[in-house]
Design a protein around this ligand. Structure first.
Ligand code: 5RP
Length: 253
């Protein structure tokens, strides 16, 4: 068992050194993700009925949500998964998973984000699941985003924008993205659940998310891009050391 030693403190958080992986660990990041997941569960639980179907995202924050969802699995009908990984975790918890084609309507979709702005537009796809995430989200009545508060930004774009691409179009799409002002990097060694590739685009200052989302979708060979502006969240639960903040753009006016 490796020894994890306390190395230093940063903004009241213990930063630990993990010798085996030779990296520093922000001890409370996972706790914050769990708090956001718990807040989302408290928010959706009263809305669920026996026939309800819940869409479930992908990633470490979504995993915490799945663990919470398992506690109320007898109160709703089934879940739709946004990735093979999520499908496996849901099933392991004994939650019934149905194909999207068999689900007439999804009450809610809950997922994490790589970045989110105050209007609840997001960058997603750090886990390469963006296409299925966008599909499942689009089928739901409500999108609930869960994240630790470090994901909240004034403007999207510091996180490299993931784009799922048909393999034969990789270079073609990359050149089109350069023409739009980005610097695409092929995420080598990664194949999506749909058998495609990911380009991570650096250098986009995304001041008009919806426009850029549409522009990138227009490039032949692009399957999906990680801007979720058309599919923005309806509400976001962002956990920090001082509690969980709720972002609700419609109520903010
Ligand atoms: C996966 C995603 C995730 O929601 C995003 O990468 C956030 O992940 P995490 O919850 O692990 O920080 O879009 O494709």
């Amino acid at each position: 068992m490796p020894t994890i030693s306390l190395s230093f403190w940063e903004r009241n958080r213990p930063i630990l050194f993990h010798p085996q992986s030779r990296c520093f660990i922000r001890q409370s990041q996972d706790q914050l993700k769990q708090h956001a997941a718990q807040a989302a569960l408290s928010y959706i639980a009263p809305k669920l009925e026996r026939k309800s179907v819940v869409g479930v995202g992908t990633g470490s924050t979504a995993n915490y949500f799945i663990d919470e969802l398992a506690k109320i699995k007898h109160t709703f009908d089934a879940a739709v998964a946004s990735s093979e990984e999520t499908h496996r975790r849901l099933t392991a918890h004994g939650i019934t998973v149905v194909d999207l084609n068999a689900a007439p309507q999804l009450d809610v979709y809950v997922d994490g984000a790589d970045e989110i702005d105050k209007s609840c537009s997001m960058i997603k796809g750090g886990g390469a699941a963006l296409t299925r995430e966008k599909i499942v989200a689009s089928a739901a009545d409500e999108f609930v985003c869960i994240a630790d508060s470090s994901k909240l930004v004034n403007q999207l774009g510091a996180f490299p924008l993931p784009i799922e691409v048909i393999p034969m179009a990789r270079s073609l799409v990359a050149r089109a993205l350069v023409a739009l002002g980005g610097h695409p990097i092929w995420r080598e060694g990664v194949t999506t659940d749909n058998g495609n590739l990911i380009l991570d685009v650096h250098g986009f200052a995304i001041d008009q998310p919806l426009n850029l989302e549409r522009q990138i979708n227009d490039i032949a060979g692009v399957v999906c891009n990680g801007i979720f502006a058309q599919q923005a969240a309806n509400v976001a639960f962002l956990a920090s050391d001082s509690g969980v903040t709720v972002l609700n753009p419609l109520q903010q006016g």
